[in-house]
Design a protein around this ligand. Sequence first.
Ligand code: C2O
Ligand code: CU
Length: 436
Amino acid sequence: TVQDGVRVFTLDMQEGETDLGQGGLAPTLGVNGSFLGPTLRATRGEQVRIDVTNSMSETSTLHWHGMKLPAVMDGGPHQQVEPGRTWSPTWTVAQPAATLWYHPHLHGRTADHVYRGLAGLFVLDEPAGSPEAAVQDALPHEYGVDDVPLVVQDKKFHADGRLDDADPFLSSTGVRGSVVLVNGTADPYLDVTTERVRLRVLNGSNARIYSFGFDDGRDFQVVGSDGGLLEAPVTTDRLRLTPGDRAEVVVEVEPGERTVLRSFPQELGVNPFTARFSGGDDTLDVLELRAAPTLEPSAPVPTTLAGIPSADEGAATTTRRFELSGTSINGQDMDLRRIDEVVDAGATEVWEVTSLDDSPHNFHVHDAQFQVLDVAGEPPPLDLRGWQDTVYVRPGKVTRLLVTFGTTPDAEHPYMFHCHLLRHEDQGMMGQFVVV
Ligand code: C2O
Ligand code: CU
């Protein structure tokens, strides 16, 4: 609802039980229900307020992943919502249309809270009548019809249908499962009624890295990354999303056909043994697309999508280095009382991220959408040339990011940067920065 020009959302974190299709009820968490939460939708320029109530028996938080906003509204580990309390962050949406998401961020408990079902999408739109909105409208954009959110989460279950969060064999990345739920549904399919369908895919998994493609090898077009549309569509048959990443893809179907969105074996840049025990060899079915016998026509995907400035390293005033190893960054485990980095409001910086161990990691920065300058000195793949807030970190290779920080100074309230494999984050692979 809109009250006095402010778009107000009401979110209630709840405990419950959900039949996840695995032989019985699973104790779960959710928002306004018992598993996952509603898709929030707001427009660039709009002021939003979110009334977050915690009806659960334990403290949690809700973090607006990918959002540019004042640190005190961020929903990180410091903005705790105790049972029975309501927290009401408010901010003005000041970034391009994108598929963002929200999830808990209580330090040490994030993996558990997300795994049990606390997560939802936060879709941003462009103001009606703007040239950016015209591009959005040229893409499939009818929510739930040809513009479909996919919250992809792999789970493991006990025989009685309860979620199993046990660690996988010989791996430190945290829980992975062989059942892929899409929007909380096992064995999901989508009835497609249009020639083209836009899928807004969130990797909402704790640890699993997906390499998406189709069983019949068809190409699809990647049109958006974490922070919004790409400059131009990228045609490919594979797309990697690491935990926390999103992408928008457009798939074309023929009348009556079926095709399965899958995750395929992939090269993670770790040694083959580690790769195997990190899920790198796995094949998982994600979603079956079932095309209707006759399809509504869809417009072709525009050849130009968004204006993305070329990443100008010359604009950077500082270079910072981050070395990921074990459960720490630059040799230190997360400490809620320690500020690791102090950044000038509005500054552009180069952040160089390297992993020193033979494990998959990724890197996420709050309050920012960054550009990937290069990976091991090479330009990033085409699907990583738009705005990102989370990026895969290959062991032993330097991943360089160009980050422009927010303009709201606040020396008291930090933002986080961390590995988004939730087990690693909980164990301490996270640090804090303030913008001053
Ligand atoms: Cu999606 Cu700091 O998190
Ligand atoms: Cu990690």
